[in-house]
Unconditional design. Structure first.
Length: 361
């Protein structure tokens, strides 16, 4: 830096001698003039940064207002146009402050280097700046191979998920047929395979993440692992039960089922829960682990092919002829709409007795 300062002082002295012949500047006067020139250049840099950032900010805001408006997800507006404009203004404000600090730092360093009394401070500041900048640039340069590898891993994983989605979409639509694999298994199987691909991507990409060896990163990873392992026992049980129920094909969406003491139509099957709407139009959410641990009665599985046997119970008095009751019940069943003629309706006679008494005191 001293060589550049000396060269600049010599150039300034030559220019001053040509502009004002016969004047020779002393060392202190030359230093003062040089400091004034550096101050003018610093002020010019401040104005240039402010003007350029303001122009870019106005240009972006005009483009945003003309073309984009607010930020929406479907019909929900997450960010209004005013909020986006405010964020753009704040962003350029911080960028402007950053360049102000850089210009002020360079100006201070250069001016201090002009005076012998402060030249040591200038050298120290310049050394710190060069060391910090070289450390950052070296870290960025050294991370470029890892960054390229990370991008390749993410791209390969992305297209692997897209290919898997296309394959299982074909299976679900019936365009691809696999022996022993039902089409209703396609979507849950795709969900499982996608989850495994994402986990594999995370495992493979983890060694290439920046800061992976820092104690803070490792502490956060351990904390998240403990938190997930302690708080996800019930969730994991429901997920495993949901996967088991899917491949058991115990019921489908829309089927009339009875699970424990709940009877109704299945309105939704998710990874965690099964939702049932009862005949009283009440929706009951049953965790999949509870569904798996109880017996399941499916009234719809055979009804589509073999029909469903409907039954009811009646109670009659002992003075009523039971054969007449049998005939009336069969006629009522045969007259009901939708009842098959073959096999014929039938009745089963049961018994009922009751004994009451009083215990002696």
């Amino acid at each position: 830096m001293n060589k550049h300062v000396s060269a600049f002082n010599q150039l300034l002295a030559d220019v001053t001698g040509r502009l004002i012949p016969g004047i020779e500047l002393s060392g202190l006067a030359l230093i003062i003039i040089t400091a004034i020139v550096a101050t003018v250049l610093a002020l010019a840099a401040f104005f240039i940064v402010q003007g350029l950032s303001s122009w870019i900010q106005r240009r972006l805001l005009s483009l945003h207002i003309e073309k984009m408006g607010g930020f929406r997800v479907q019909r929900q507006e997450l960010l209004t146009g005013e909020q986006i404009s405010w964020a753009i203004g704040k962003f350029f404000q911080w960028i402007r402050y950053f360049f102000y600090i850089i210009v002020l730092y360079l100006y201070t360093n250069i001016v201090l280097s002009f005076f012998p009394q402060t030249e040591g401070i200038s050298i120290t500041l310049f050394t710190h700046f060069v060391n910090a900048a070289s450390f950052v640039l070296r870290a960025i340069w050294n991370y470029i191979p890892n960054l390229i590898t990370l991008i390749m891993i993410i791209v390969i994983g992305h297209y692997a998920i897209k290919l898997t989605r296309l394959f299982f979409g074909g299976v679900s639509a019936g365009r691809i047929k696999l022996s022993g694999f039902y089409p209703d298994w396609a979507q849950p199987t795709f969900t499982i395979v996608r989850f495994l691909i994402v986990v594999l991507i995370v495992i493979v990409a983890f060694p290439y993440l920046p800061g992976k060896e820092s104690p803070a990163f490792q502490a956060v990873s351990i904390f998240l692992g403990i938190l997930i392992s302690l708080g996800s026992t019930a969730a994991v049980a429901n997920v495993v039960a949901g996967i088991a129920l899917t491949y058991m094909r115990a019921f489908k969406k829309g089927a009339r089922v009875q699970i424990a003491d709940t009877t109704g139509d299945v309105v939704e099957k998710t990874t965690f829960v099964t939702r049932i709407r009862t005949i009283k139009n009440v929706e009951i959410t049953v965790p999949n682990a509870m569904v798996l641990n109880n017996h399941i009665i499916n009234y719809s599985s055979l009804a589509e092919t073999d029909g469903l046997i409907l039954h009811t119970k009646v109670t009659i008095g002992y003075d009523v002829p039971w054969r007449r009751i049998h005939d009336l019940l069969k006629k009522a069943a045969s007259a009901t709409e939708g009842i098959e003629k073959t096999p014929e309706p039938y009745g089963i006679q049961g018994g009922y007795s009751q004994c009451t008494g009083r215990l002696s005191p």
